[in-house]
Design a protein around this ligand. Sequence first.
Ligand SMILES: Nc1ncnc2c1ncn2[C@@H]1O[C@H](COP(=O)(O)OP(=O)(O)O)[C@@H](O)[C@H]1O
Ligand SMILES: [Mg+2]
Length: 274
Amino acid sequence: MNEIASLELKDVSKSFVGVNALKGVSLRVFPGQVLCLLGDNGAGKSTLIKVLSGVHQPTSGELWVNGKQHSFSGPHEALEAGIATVHQTGGTVPLMSVGRNFFLGEEPTKGRGVFRRYDRRTAEELALRELRALGITNVTDGGALVGGMSGGERQALSIARAMYFGAKVLILDEPTAALGVKEASKVLHLIVQAQMRGVAVVFITHNVQHALLVGDHFAVLIRGSKADEWAKGERTREQVLDLMAGGEAMGDLEEELRVIRGGGSLPTTREEVN
Ligand SMILES: Nc1ncnc2c1ncn2[C@@H]1O[C@H](COP(=O)(O)OP(=O)(O)O)[C@@H](O)[C@H]1O
Ligand SMILES: [Mg+2]
């Protein structure tokens, strides 16, 4: 592919005192592509997002945005480069209205002017219009408090806001983890809509089903290293599940459960299943 990556990590490592959270990770995501980042708890997913969104500086390695090398000294700089990150809670303020939330926070620069001369009616109308454009029709009052919205609606609001302010890269940290089936499917719809608008999406999840539904490209982190990477269709669901669980550990667990069912006892020491 000779297209320029929206976002690229080259051999990025990040160490904290006593922990190498990321070890030589290289990743690329292109416009209109969904990159799914899979990995168990502690694998380094959040650390990776924090490097991408300017919260952490890598210990070594390079970060490239749209063909240019960048070094972010804070989240603001990442936003200015068009990288919007939506955290699990949606990053919304419960005690503020839909309209306020839409224009609040650290959006890319286009929004500053609007924010400076806050116009409640325009803000609420715009927020509702953008939500409707994404198919979110059950939010009808721009003045309603976000605290009364569902988890999926809050995610939608944050995604709509990021797109409205011109995000080129949308990073979603476990957006479906706390949601029920219906709500999660709404968020998956939004991911596809962002993709169709040419946004590069980095979708962090440990839900293999959700990843396989929307992903074009996949990467698995295990203990800070990229353990595998593939394009859509190159792995079966079973292979992915096995990889995420750590194939050997699952084999051990299967054997242990078989022993228990057969009335036997477990060996006294065993490797932690993880
Ligand atoms: N600020 C930090 N200081 C020290 N260790 C950290 C810090 N952030 C993360 N870690 C460690 O880095 C590893 C990866 O963590 P994290 O990126 O949160 O994983 P994940 O999001 O995949 O669950 C863990 O061992 C975690 O304890
Ligand atoms: Mg995490």
